[in-house]
Design a protein around this ligand. Sequence first.
Ligand SMILES: Cc1cc2nc3c(=O)[nH]c(=O)nc-3n(C[C@H](O)[C@H](O)[C@H](O)COP(=O)(O)OP(=O)(O)OC[C@H]3O[C@@H](n4cnc5c(N)ncnc54)[C@H](O)[C@@H]3O)c2cc1C
Length: 490
Amino acid sequence: MALKITINSNLNTHGVLSAPPNKLHSHLLPSFQNICGRRIRPLSLKQSNRRSRHGAVRVSNLSQSSASNSFDVVIIGAGIIGLTIARHLLLSSDLSVALVDAALPCSGATGAGQGYIWKAHKSPGTEKWELMMRSHQLWESLAKSIQLQGMDPLEVLGWKKTGSLLVSKTADESAMLKKRVEELSQEGLRAEFLSTNDLLSEEPELVLEKEGGAAFLPDDYQLDAHRTVAFIEKGNRCFAVEGRYAEFYHDPAIGLVRPGNSCEVGAIQTSKDTLLSKRAVVIAAGCWTGSLMHDLIKQSDIELDLPIKPRKGHLLVIENFKSFKLNHGIMEAGYADHQSATLKATASDSRPVYNAQDLSVSMTATMDASGNLVLGSSRQLVGFSTEIDESVINHIWQRVGEFLPALRKESLEDLRQSREIRVGLRPYIPDGKPVIGLVPGFSNVFLAAGHEGEGLSLALGTAEMIADMVLGNPSKVDAAPFALLGRCFH
Ligand SMILES: Cc1cc2nc3c(=O)[nH]c(=O)nc-3n(C[C@H](O)[C@H](O)[C@H](O)COP(=O)(O)OP(=O)(O)OC[C@H]3O[C@@H](n4cnc5c(N)ncnc54)[C@H](O)[C@@H]3O)c2cc1C
């Protein structure tokens, strides 16, 4: 059903910046001064957040009339993908942005992410390679810019240049890793294969048989998803002062408004608001994107089959861990296979089989910026449940113990008081590539979802790609592999 909407022309959403957009484009200096083109004191959360009568957190000129519900771009989903798209649009254009979430930013997969910004388990020449390289370049620029402003990226983003160890246990895996090291080196990256002997000094707690080893990339990073989200939110909220940014949290999107059933979406209906979108709508709702799109277009003639599914993951965090230190981020070589494993299908039914037997656990271990030991991780296709499954935690504990036997001296039961369990639903898509692009059948609806286990790593590249599409700029990275056409339409 199309709603009749009047756009209030008094709204000043353009021309509020005192610096030209190209000056603002730099990721290098996203200080509050540079973001806004003049010195503006960042709002404290207390100052900037107002809780509406519905309970939604609103940041911006929210005392405005209902006319404040008109924006150039409405983004659905405030996980790392939606948040960074908002950030990129705010920094690189003069457009106004509304960010809508059914809950809060870290309530989805983002809040559970381990934070590896890694190249060690990526293969040069694959379709995602260029996007990953660009994204990592943008992350590094962001960390550098934070440093240039006199802040510590470790404090602000949890940013640590830990280097990565992709670990092999068998001779076959070691051969595979040696080949990968060669390929990565040919791309100009610092990469070397470490034997079990070399690893004794590099990572003393890691114990392997003599045929094992590790691909070591000293320039790989990790971040803390919660700290990073807080930083990005704070930067975005700076634009609220100018009336260019507002958040609609705890307010799920429930409908698209298409005046005259046209291919242009004029507004997003949320549970509490109607948000006019003058230029574009971006859907970045993680694992919920498939079902949300299905609901949003069910009364239209558009046939979209978006096979994004929730892939549940558990992480075990042991707080303030003192028994030993890890020098690097660690991951078992088999992780990449777990990540890309496709859904099983029965002979009579091509739909995915969801059952607990689909559980896979591959070892990951690192120390985060707060001194916590973060251990993972599991993958399961069990629908949208985020309930903690203790048997999965036991699997993770056992698997990690096979690589870090010193852990076996500890009892998981005794660690109950100092443990935190994070559960998140990765947005899984069977062909392993996120969907980033215009939704065919619409002239102004874009999707950015399906990043599975690499959404943190690919976020800034994805955000730049979507912003360029919305702004009509040439893409920095070939966007064709991520287009929906041919993948999500019959
Ligand atoms: C255990 C685990 C470890 C991981 N480790 C890493 C890692 O080391 N490195 C890495 O790069 N990635 C990692 N990931 C993956 C990464 O966390 C995800 O790829 C990424 O967070 C996906 O971000 P997103 O914004 O697409 O989705 P989400 O963070 O899930 O955000 C989607 C948002 O959409 C909202 N939403 C849903 N429906 C609606 C609606 N109708 N209206 C409005 N809003 C809606 C949700 O509330 C949610 O906030 C890991 C994930 C898990 C689970």
